[in-house]
Write a protein that binds this ligand. Structure first.
Ligand code: F0G
Length: 484
């Protein structure tokens, strides 16, 4: 089935799960006063919440996806060995089959791949052009002395849009940049599939071809982050005419063949842990190879357990199944379209990864220097037990002068881990976000009370600038009584 959304008698299209649930985990929904205490204890940072206090964990899709029965089964036949494990050979075969790349370097997760790629290729004052940055990517490029240059199209940052490929890289901007700084300063061009920070938005195969053309002209390699490739492929199949009748594998090859180096976080793409780098050129392989035993572990495990390696091999093959990769974007579309229909500001068109609430539109009365997306994340947790992730100004570190850098997009991401939630849970999200929108005037800002210098969003602690959280609890109780 090309698209497993089913038409109901009402005319509405509803996502239909092409799997059944065979293992479950009990959830609890704490009373609202306890949720307030819990977020206070977490310094108004959803990363610091205890998962036992969370009802729906929509912080991320990283490492929180449901594995398939085949993945769990494969873990039982893992071959324990420090070197030369048969599990690793099976993973290598899967890498070649799925990504059409010959050589593979295993690492413990996606950012470890970024660490190796940046340390090997980025020199001081180099510039890495890309469609959009990801937090860990930028941090690693800067650690190596380089800079990130984002060449997104004008449409990428528009909240309301019907452009199918907001993740495209602007080719004219790429040519201008090369003309301005010279190809010698550019170690590689990075493309991120399912562009995370602009709302899980895809790029087209045509755009990747155009990037390739320019890259080839100047002899610049392309690095492709395939952590979110499954969803990007789903959108290519749905939205790019040429690929309507192509298989997932054909689209995967079309994209990966245009890149010199691919890397991924398996926490996303294969519903396991771990990560890796894959290339066809032996020179690239050799250039990076020795970093693996130094930082990750021996070449045949790279910091992963053999059980994770087995499950990764199966999980990667499963990304070639349209039913597997379409599930989460369809749930996201269901939620995004319903919220959009009620006037709640959300990033459109619906992308992969999650539903992204536009905190600037939601809370225009909260200045970006009081972190509207962070405030919205805390407010939503208080009134629902739903844990989202701030993707706005808190996620930007301060500049060299110590000033806050207002983020172009100020988003609260509600991630949809793959195959984890039911449709009634998603309807609960819709209901509580809508209530919050109707009561948005109550929500105020946040300020830092403990602020790390790098990647401050992970463990920084904040506090409300006024007593708005108490007012929010009072209004919630007035409307819902003791019901949840
Ligand atoms: N690239 C992309 C596109 C990502 O989304 C992530 C992680 C990474 C690289 C780094 O991988 O976490 O395995 O080290 N994204 C997570 C998220 C953290 O919540 O979006 P990692």
């Amino acid at each position: 089935m090309a698209d497993s959304m089913v038409k109901f008698m009402s005319g509405e299209y509803v996502p239909l799960e092409m799997h059944k649930v065979r293992v479950v985990q009990k959830l609890t929904l704490l009373p609202v006063e306890e949720r307030l205490k819990s977020i206070e204890g977490a310094g108004f940072n959803t990363f610091l919440l205890q998962n036992k206090d969370v009802f729906l964990d929509m912080l991320t899709d990283s490492g929180t996806n449901a594995m398939s029965d085949q993945q769990i089964a494969s873990m039982m036949v893992a071959d324990d060995a420090y070197a030369g494990s048969a599990s690793f050979t099976r993973l290598q075969e899967a890498i070649t089959e799925v990504f059409n790349k010959k050589y593979f370097l295993p690492v413990h997760q996606g950012r470890a791949a970024e660490h190796i790629i940046s340390q090997v290729y980025v020199r001081k004052d180099n510039v890495v052009p890309m469609n959009f940055h990801f937090t860990t990517t930028k941090a690693h490029i800067e650690l190596a002395g380089g800079k990130v240059n984002e060449l997104f199209t004008d449409e990428a940052l528009k909240i309301k849009s019907s452009v199918p490929f907001k993740g495209n890289l602007d080719i004219a901007k790429l040519k201008n940049l090369i003309a301005k700084i010279g190809k010698e300063k550019i170690p590689y061009i990075r493309m991120e599939a399912g562009t995370n920070l602009i709302g899980g938005q895809p790029f087209s195969v045509q755009n990747m071809r155009d990037v390739r053309k320019v890259a080839q002209e100047y002899g610049i390699p392309i690095v492709l982050d395939v952590s979110l490739i499954g969803e990007n492929i789903y959108f290519v199949k749905l939205r790019e005419e040429e690929f309507k009748n192509k298989s997932v594998k054909e689209i995967m090859y079309a994209l990966c063949d245009l890149a010199d180096i691919i890397y991924f976080s398996s926490r996303k793409v294969s519903c396991t842990r771990g990560g890796g780098i894959a290339v066809n050129s032996y020179d690239h392989y050799l250039a990076m190879r020795d970093m693996v035993p130094l930082f990750e572990g021996f070449l045949t495990y790279g910091g992963m357990s053999v059980r994770e390696i087995e499950a990764m091999a199966v999980g990667l093959r499963e990304t070639l199944d349209l039913d597997v990769i379409s599930h989460s974007p369809q749930f996201i579309k269901f939620l995004v379209d319903r919220l959009d229909g009620k006037g709640v500001p959300v990033v459109t068109p619906a992308g992969g990864l999650g539903c992204h609430l536009d905190a600037k539109g939601f809370l225009p009365h909260v200045s970006q220097l009081e972190y509207p997306a962070g405030a919205l994340a805390s407010a939503l947790f208080i009134i629902s037990g739903i844990r989202g992730m701030e993707r706005g100004t808190i996620s930007m570190d301060r500049d060299a002068q110590g000033n806050d850098v207002p983020s172009e997009l100020e988003l609260l991401r509600l991630a949809l881990p793959r195959r984890v939630f039911t449709l009634s849970q998603i309807k609960f999200v819709e209901d509580r976000v809508t209530w919050l929108y109707q009561n948005r005037q109550i929500i105020g800002g946040l300020k830092f009370v403990e602020e790390p210098k790098v990647l401050r969003f992970f463990v920084g602690r904040l506090a409300p600038t006024t007593d708005w959280t108490k007012k929010l609890v009072a209004k919630f109780k007035q409307d819902f009584g003791d019901n949840l």
